[in-house]
Design a protein. Sequence first.
Length: 467
Amino acid sequence: MLQRRIKRSTFFTGVCAAALCGAAQAQVNFVVPADAPDGGAGTIGILRVVPGTAVNNQDDARAALAVGVGARSTATAAQINHVADGGGGGHFGGDLDNIAGDNKSYLFRGNINIPAAGAYTFNVASDDGFTLAFKNGTVPFTNLYNQNGGNPGQIVSYNGNANGALTFFGGRGTEDTGATATFPSAGVYHFDMTFHDGCCGDAVELSAAQGSKGGFDSSFLLVGVQSAVKTKQFKTSGTWDTYTIAGVSGMAATIAAYNNGAPAAFRSHTTEPTLAFTDPDPNAGNTGSHGADARTFPGDTPGVDDNNFGTAAKTTFTVTAADAGRYTIAVYTDDGFRFRILNGAIALAPIAGTNAGVDAATNGLIPNGNPDGCCTDYFGKWDLAAGTYTLEAINNEMGGGAGLLVYGAKGDFNSFDSDIFQLIGANITATTNTPAGLQLVAAPEPGTIGVLAIGAIAGLARRRRTA
């Protein structure tokens, strides 16, 4: 992974600068700036500020949000589910864009309808920090949990209200911090959530589950998400004719050595059902958010961090007339890759999606700006008529962690959703019924709060999958 920009504090090993780690002050004081929009029915209001100075922690973020500071813009969104600059991880697809660049501060504001009194757990997956409070901190948090105990978030006082905010103060890669908020009655509760990105990729999600939880699980749903029926389909592909090739560094060398499927020498030659590989040694590889799908690269040397090797594979893909249309390919890779769809000897030109570019000389989908780039999800799209095609995936590992995972979906998508994408070769057709999360509503008029609480408890049930 020689091309990766390392996120500060992603690998927390002990003492680090207080400005960059999870430690926060015990008391947060925050005045909402006058130009910050509030949310409405089905929307969250967003204030975005680029101050032109470093934003290393939540103190910096709150200072940047003050009226008159920096370049300011406003927006709305249906959920807090944002990603930018190659950030990733998190738990949900359908990511919305953040503004590009580093050192930026956000304020998200909205009104959540709580359908019944009691405990609800809120989970924030963030890269970097955040502070979440309900009703100016008057709804206290309890039962804190952190995905990374070595770099934890905290529960702190907020505007004089004890335990009124859940926060992660400094910098990290995308990780979870969560806690329980117990609401005294059904109704509408206002929230404010600040967020900052200091360096490199950034991402933030706000989800919730009914009850008091000790960590993220499948019962969590994005706040504001609507119920939906999602279809997972990518058919019909064959097995992958797969080579690994030793002693190659960079994509150009790997493509040359592969020799269009007839390498003069190779490390391994196998038939694989899917492409979902990592080198587990010595650091559990690199698979982004897809670790549950990965297995060891063919030809891997056990107990050794293999470097300077390539992987190249081909399979067939048959599209019926009924299934003709747009298809999206998602590739997670460390390091570089090229993916092509060929009709006979002709490579079809892709439409570059998130993080990806097109190599005009070969009509290959590659990392945007650099075929040896890594390490994130890359998306490309093809419009396919009925017929049988050849799919080709080539990857190179130069040093450090290694990974190659190739997914497909029928339709047009710009972010990864496990209810829609599948490993190419799995040939799954399935639907997933996803319930609604806690809903966003307009600020209530006096005397109407109790009426708005009717109905939504079932929306926090687990999703149900049917074949």
